[in-house]
Structures are given as C-alpha cells and as structure tokens.
Design a protein around this ligand. Sequence first.
Ligand code: GAL
Ligand code: ZN
Length: 661
Amino acid sequence: MYFGADYYPEHWPRERWEADAQMMQAAHINVVRLAEFAWSKLEPTEGHYDFAWLDEAIDILNQHGIQVIIGTPTATPPKWLIDKYPDILPVDADGHVRGFGSRCHYCATNKNYHWHSDLIVGQLAKHYGHHPGVIGWQTDNEFGCHSTTRCYCDSCRKAFRQWLQQKYGTLEALNEAWGTVFWSQTYETWDQVIIPRKTVASHNPSLLLDFYRFSSDMKVEFQARQLRILRQHSTNQFITHNLMGLFPEIDYYDLAKDLDFVSWDNYPRYSGAPDSTRLALSHDLMRGIRKQNFWVMEEQSGPSGWEIVHSTPRPGEIRLWTYQAVSRGADGIVYFRWRTCRFGTEEYWHGIIDHDGRPRRRYREIQETGKELAELWPFLDGTEVKNDVAILYSYDQLWSLQIQPNNPSLQYTEIVKEYYKRLHELNIGVDLVNHTDEFTDYKILIAPLLYLMTPELALRLTKFVESGGILVTTFRSGVKNWDNVVTDKTLPGELSELIGVEIEEYDSIYGETPIGISMELQGYKVEGTASTWCDVIIPGTADTLAKYTTEYYAGQTAITQNSLGKGKAIYVGTRLDANLTARLMDHVLTLAGVARGPLAETGIEVSIRGKAGMRLLFLLNHSGKKQTVDLTQHYVDPLTDVPITGRLELPAYGVEVLREV
Ligand code: GAL
Ligand code: ZN
C-alpha cells in the first residue's frame, strides 16, 4: 500500500532532509509528493533550470525506501513570468485582474502561459521521466481552487467564441439555442458574443451554462497539454491529479478521463465535528468518477488553518479518516503535510509534525496506522467496492441548478445527499454515476433533479426501468433541454411516459411553514412535511404513494410509482423531511430486494471491499464515544484468523477490520 506525506524540502535547510527521511521511514512512509509549488526554485530565472536540489532530495528519500510523486508546479507561476507576461493573470467577473501574491493566478487559455507551462513540464518530464525513484506525477494542484475555474479575460473571451463556434457551427444555431431574441440579445457576428462579466441584471441562462461548460473544458484542455508531455517523456509512471471531492466547478468525469487514477484532498475537520456522511459521499464520488479505486493525495494530519486555526483532530481521528478512505476504495494515502511550515500563507496548516520538527501524538498515530495498513495490504490488494445502488451525479444538472436554483433553498448536492444519507445510515454501498453511464448494472438508480433532459437520456432511463431497475427521480426533472431552455411539453417533459404522470402546477415554498404530507407505503401510513417545492401531480398510469395534507392542493398527489416492464419509476414531487425520505428509501430497497447493510442504523459506518473469495468489512466509529455493537455473522481477524463474533466494543473514533467467513 502506498502510504505517504506531502513534503516540501525547499522549505527546510538541506541538513534537515536526512532526519526527515529517517522519521518518515520510521512511520512506514513509502511515498512522498513534492515540488508542486516549487517553480521559482526549479526555474529561478527564465530558461535557467535548477533541478540539483530536487535530485538530491529525491536521492535521500529513495535511500530510505521512499518513492516520489512529482507535482508539476503550474499552480504557482513565478514572479518573473508574471512580470514578463502580465496577461497570464486571471480576470474576475467585474473585469478586475486577480493579481500576483497567492496562487492559482493564471488563465488556462493564455498562450504565453501554455508555452511556459509546456516548457517547465517538459523539462521536468525529460529529467525525471525515467527516474526509477519517481513513480508518478500529479498535474498542477487542485485545478479551479480559490474560484479560478472561470476567467473573464480577453483571451478567454476569444476562446469562448471559438468553443461556441465549434459547438454550434453557425450563429443562427447559437441564437436559436440560447433564445437570444429575448431582450434583443441576437448576435450577428461571432465577435459580438460576450463573456458573462458583471451586467446590470442576470445573464441568459443558456449562455451561462455554456460558459460553465467551456470553463471546465479549458481546465481539462490545460491539463491535457501536461498529460501529452508527461506521457511522451516518461515510462512506467502514473499520472493523477488531486481533485477536491464535492468541488462544483469542474466536470470531474471529464478532468479524470485521461488520468491513470483519481486522487483527492480530504480535510474533514474545520471548525466543528466532521460530517461523516459528507465524507463518505465525497469518497464515493471520487471512486465513481473513474469507477476505480483512488488515492487520497492530501489527508488531513493536524489542525488546519491560515489566519484562523481550526480544531485539532481528536486522538484516533486521523486513523479513522484513513480507514474510511481505504474502506471506500483508497489504495494510497498521503498526509498533508509532513512538517508544519514556519512561513507563508499556510503557517498554521499543521502537518504530521509541528513547527519545531518533533514527532508527537499525530506522528505516532500515523506511524501506527502505517504499520497496520502495511500488514493488511496483502488482503486489501486487488479488492474493490461493488454496489447495487447508484446515485446519478451530473455536473450539467448541478450547474444549471446553480444558475437557476428555482427556490432559494435548493442546492443540487444537498438534495443528492439527503437521499444518500439514508443509504449511508443503512450501510448500503452506493456508486455515483454520470448521466452518460450505463445504469443497467444497478438494481436502484436514484436520480434527483434531472432538470436538463434529452430524449436519449430519457430512453436510457426507460430501458433501465423496463429491464427491472427501480428509478427514483424528483421534482424539477424533465424541465429543460440540454441547452438550458424550458421544454414545451407538459412536465415532466421527456420523462412523462416513464413517470406516468402530468404536473398540473407547482408551488415554490417560502417561509417556515412546511407543507403537510401523508405517505402510504405497503399498507402503512406516515405523516410528515415537505419543503422547497411542491409539484401538484395528476397521476396517469402511476399509483399515488403520497398526498399533500395542507395548502390549496391538500388531497392531491405528491409522490407516485409507475410500473414499466419489469421495473418501477418513482417520482417524488417535493422535498421530503428526513423521516419521510428514509421511509421512502426503505420502500425502494424492499421493491428492489436490496438488503440493509451490516450494522445498519447502529451509528457505526460499515463499508466492504472484496475480491474473489474474500470480503473485508471496515467498521468505523465516527463518534467521540465508545460504542458497542452485536455482530450477527461470523468474522475473523484478517491478520490472525482469530474468530470475532458477538459483542464488539469500538472505542471513540475506533476502527475494526473483519474478514467474512
Ligand atoms: C489544499 C492544497 C494544499 C494546501 C492545503 C491546505 O487545498 O492542495 O496545497 O494548500 O489545501 O490549505
Ligand atoms: Zn482568461
């Protein structure tokens, strides 16, 4: 197993490197990522490269059995480069330049930047592409961090026009697709087309959605330049990028398409207790992006902080987060950062060891975790996470709903998470999938807020249901086409036949008073509340599962279930409270014959990794209190084969790994 730290030798005197490497080795660290911000050390002046210091650092690490991942340093263009080509700096929506002095200060479409990024990446690739102690590369660092996905500079304006020209072919097609006749926005020449800088009021939603897509594509293309160069000059080295979990600005399915695997940066604890559901969802998305195991390239190892210091990881928490990542598919864990830096913006973003360089509690915890994982690796190696339930997570849906939330409290990822939460409580594994994926491997597909719809997607969803799948979708589905224009069909538009209903009208819910709702599932009744949005549904071929009990639409249908072929399509016309969501999900699980997971509803998170003939269960206590659970199956300790049955006590933040027998 790869177990490591993010290391910045350039922040410490040369004499310290040996001691660092020794301490790392003693902590079972076998990999470090380095150099991702070191451009000014690697190319101090234009065209003068100095890799000697990095060679030396890598040598010392390699001598201690530690392999290296090099980050391309393009998130921090140096001062000489910015002074020479100030147009590299990104521009915000107000038209103001975002200046030098922090990081990510570059525009991804700038030709001067392309040229210099290609040069530094090429030099590094030639120098280290065959180095036996360098196992891989990280492109840039957290593309889009600090709201840098969308740039509004002149170069981007030009690139946007080109992108649109490629997409639409003719201006007539663009005018038609966007509905520019509205408010006299019709374009007559390509160079009239605007980039969505600040205006008096809101922009055309179709233009905005295309701009979000374009901006994401520009990061993907910028990365592609690096991938081409790195692949050209390297052998047997992987390429990854450190993604940011639920970061909403880049289509991660696109960004990761040509990587060897996904990695991501996981910082669970800021001001308060971490949200284990959100963490699990993030891991599952990161696995779903390429349907493959992943790495954590930055795992929190101390209190985080720039100007403010956030709370310190509780004893056991770093180990717990590590196991949570592993349990959901991580094959590599790299802690951020080795030693807490004494200077610069991140002085208080603590690492494994403190400013004074001495190992303490957090070092010992990581050391212990590294030892355990090394022992466990022969069992873990080659295992995967396999699930019957999928949740559709689409950046096009996310963006279109960011542009028009429809209701102030509607947030795409939050609503996805509400459905995910019940599955998480029940320890039922979930895969996150894209709208372009095949759904047929799954028994259940939860697809909230299918705001944008195409006939093709509607057909794929229909086929999924016809062949026996259970689909759950919600209000604000089938509303618009892929150009972000409202359908002229009766809602739910393209989905009408599949869902078997008509939406007669809808009510966007404001204020504190929730709407009453009564649900009847398999003979028993539950009362609860709904909020955010209420579709008033006329069931056609579908059966009614719930009705509103208040407002002028009391007695009218809120949730339906339609049978089609061997499967069923459930439509939830409103946002349910947590209890109703849970009851509805229980119903869905029963329909699909998906069993509750081990230790469901005990508060202990369980995730399973398996391979032929073996399944490993990870039991995680995310709470600060000890918890006792009763095992209903027989398990053994994977390392010793000692049977583990019956009552099991998990200390605060405790972890158990069991092998099924
Ligand atoms: C990450 C980033 C690191 C470091 C860390 C702490 O977002 O990749 O370079 O900045 O956060 O702020
Ligand atoms: Zn730009």
